[in-house]
Design a binder for this molecule. Structure first.
Ligand code: FES
Length: 509
């Protein structure tokens, strides 16, 4: 499989109606709540706030539901691989119970919204599984079943599944769901609009002044004054509590192929083996279903030959299912919190009116909906049983998870320091093949240079505009990626993904 043969496009973005664009914000505005970011966390928060009678403006730099949420595998489940055994050790039995309840509540909440708004989003109730092919992992699966049951989930250990290959064991959790995330979110956005909420696309927020009220400012200088601000930009674009020290960005690849409906798995599967493999299927044309396989994760900017990773993932899918012709491939990006629990609540210790939702790991759909419920409760002065569990200001569990925290910090520190040292040698511009890119020394500076398929060169600064680490080229996706906190830029230097807010500086060669 190569880039030319398989369209590089998310199935969810390709198959949802384009939707009428929402207008860019061009004049100052005053609302009760400004929500920055229109993925599932931002739109869920806005929806809940509109329901509670608050005036809301959602401010999105690109198109709604086209970022991380438009590239997910779209599983709605409270079974998050092997999280409960870990949670009961780090957050105690009560913490594990709250996690299970809050995530299960989010799924029920989404089902209620689908029914209330009559959303046609291919909603399917199904079971979620965490499985292993290697019998050495069975004990781990059994411990997770115990922990999940103690947390209140009806999980069970099974040895038979519908998969066309043998498993040594699996955890099965019934009553979960899968859907088409962009169709769901377009309908939710329409519901927000009909309830008087404002949504502005093409509106990048670059400034935040906290106060009573707070003010957010767009890159064109337009101001939105709000009693409360919710930062739901996946990786927080305003990070006043150094949350980036507790989040590790992770990029993950997705390949998809139609299979006969009668042989397609109807459940949602994940295994921690093989650098993680995740499976589900979705309704497709001609009596088929689309098999969607995710895996081969890596830290952005350090993936090496990403094309080779796509090949490995495709071969794994072919080896386990057989007869596949891939029709789509794409990639998604997650932020893993060091203690496995998302960060949802006040942005920093002194924050009274600014909130954040981030760190959902690979579970951003149930997590994003949970964040909408939790943040709308906090913004309107209510109390939530899970506010302590998800509070970004927590320190105890982070300390208990010291190894993960230090490991991540060591990696980032290596880039922070190493990227500032003079490098003895590097490739020359003439070494860069069409379609590729490299960081080269030009006039004593490090430039990120891409040669397009026509041979034309595009040069930008190699310093990430977030905190200055050096970017690296991902040839398979034609993007510059920052290994420190996962910012991504297109070959012309434009921001594809934050936390960076500004493009890479243009350079002359
Ligand atoms: Fe933080 Fe690049 S994303 S330095």
């Amino acid at each position: 499989m190569n880039r030319q043969e398989v369209p590089q496009v998310s199935y969810w973005l390709q198959t949802a109606p384009p939707g009428d664009p929402f207008p860019e914000l061009v004049e100052d505005l005053s609302v009760d709540v400004a929500v920055v970011g229109a993925g599932i966390a931002g739109l869920s928060t806005a929806w809940e706030l509109c329901r509670r009678g608050r005036s809301v403006a959602v401010l999105e730099a690109g198109r709604i539901a086209a970022g991380v949420t438009g590239h997910t595998t779209a599983k709605l489940t409270a079974l998050h691989t092997l999280v409960y055994d870990r949670l009961r050790r780090t957050r105690g039995p009560e913490g594990a119970q709250q996690y299970a309840r809050s995530q299960s509540d989010a799924i029920r909440c989404a089902a209620g919204i689908v029914e209330e708004l009559g959303i046609d989003c291919e909603w399917e109730e199904t079971a979620a599984y965490t499985y292993a092919e290697d019998s050495a992992r069975v004990e781990e699966l059994r411990a997770e079943v115990d922990a999940a049951r103690a947390a209140g989930l009806p999980a069970e250990f099974v040895t038979e599944t519908e998969l066309p290959f043998a498993v040594a064991g699996a955890i099965r959790l019934p009553g979960q769901a899968q859907f088409h995330p962009r169709k769901y979110l377009l309908a939710l956005a329409d519901g927000i609009r009909r309830r008087g909420g404002l949504i502005h696309e093409g509106t990048r927020i670059v400034g935040l002044t906290e106060g009573e009220p707070s003010v957010v400012t767009t890159e064109t200088g337009v101001k939105v004054t709000a009693d409360a601000v919710v930062v739901a930009t996946h990786y927080p674009v305003f990070d006043r509590a150094l949350l980036f020290t507790r989040l590790s960005p992770r990029r993950e690849l997705v390949v998809a192929a139609p299979v006969p409906a009668e042989t397609a798995p109807r459940g949602m599967y994940i295994t921690p083996e093989q650098n993680t493999r995740s499976l589900r299927s979705a309704p497709y044309a001609h009596g088929q279903r689309l098999l969607i396989v995710t895996g081969e994760h890596f830290t952005p900017g350090t993936g090496g030959d990403v094309e080779e990773r796509f090949r490995r993932l495709s071969e794994w899918a072919e080896g386990h299912f057989g007869g596949l012709t891939f029709t789509h491939r794409w990639a998604t990006q997650d932020n893993d919190p060091t203690d496995s629990v998302p960060l949802v609540g006040p942005l920093h210790p002194a924050s009274r009116h600014v909130y954040v939702a981030t760190g959902f790991g690979g579970w951003g759909l149930s997590g994003g909906i949970m964040a909408g419920q939790l943040l709308s409760t906090l913004v309107t002065g209510g109390k939530s049983p899970w506010s302590d569990l998800y509070d970004p200001r927590r320190v105890a569990s982070v300390v208990r998870e010291g190894t993960e925290f230090l490991k991540h910090q060591a990696q980032v520190a290596r880039h922070f320091v190493g990227d500032r040292l003079p490098s003895p040698s590097g490739p020359a511009v003439t070494d860069i093949a069409p379609g590729d890119g490299a960081v080269v020394h030009v006039n004593g500076q490090r430039s990120a240079v891409h040669r397009d398929d026509d041979g034309e060169l595009h040069a930008v600064s190699a310093r990430c505009t977030h905190l200055g680490c050096l970017v690296a080229f991902n040839r398979a996706e034609r993007a510059w990626e920052c290994p420190c906190h996962g910012s991504r830029f297109d070959p012309q230097g434009r921001v594809l993904q934050g936390p960076a807010l500004r493009p890479l500086e243009q350079r002359d060669l």
